[in-house]
Design a protein around this ligand. Sequence first.
Ligand code: NI
Length: 194
Amino acid sequence: MEKIIENYALEGKLLDIHTYPDPVLTKVAEEVAPEEFNQELKELCKNMLYTMYHAPGIGLAAPQIGISKRIFVVDIDYDREETAEGSDEYTLSNFQPEVFINPVIKNKEGEITYQEGCLSLPGIYEDVKRFENIVVEYQNTDGEKLEMNADELLSICIQHENDHLDGIVFIDRLSGLKKSFFKKKLLKQKRLKS
Ligand code: NI
């Protein structure tokens, strides 16, 4: 497991988060090739974490910042507090950043339902059914192969982010009726903004 790097949240570049119906969100992302494990990849992951912490969100996948590669970052543990009541400045602490490159979910067991949201689908929160326990194989930014057992929120978050790599957004996991309702709602939001 990668060491906790506290300055992940303090240094970095804010990346643009792409929102539905941006076509990058419905594409199957490409594997990160062995020669791509370099400084540029580390920089990208750092900026993804920075963007996630500042959004704020608990996970961010590369397609959400317009890069169709099999990479996502997760932190379900960090705290975010207003520096003063009513302030729009926040302090972040207790980081547990995780980077997953070329992840493959192996074992899937049990069932858990949780109200999910997504930085690419602003304003939508819905219950989604997922596997409760998973085992995920992945690589870190050094290209080392690792394996992690995840349950509860971490398991949900990994499955949500992994779906982004397959061009799936969480409303695709809802019933047909709900799915088309939310897709229409997002398209309307988009039209109103542009
Ligand atoms: Ni998402």
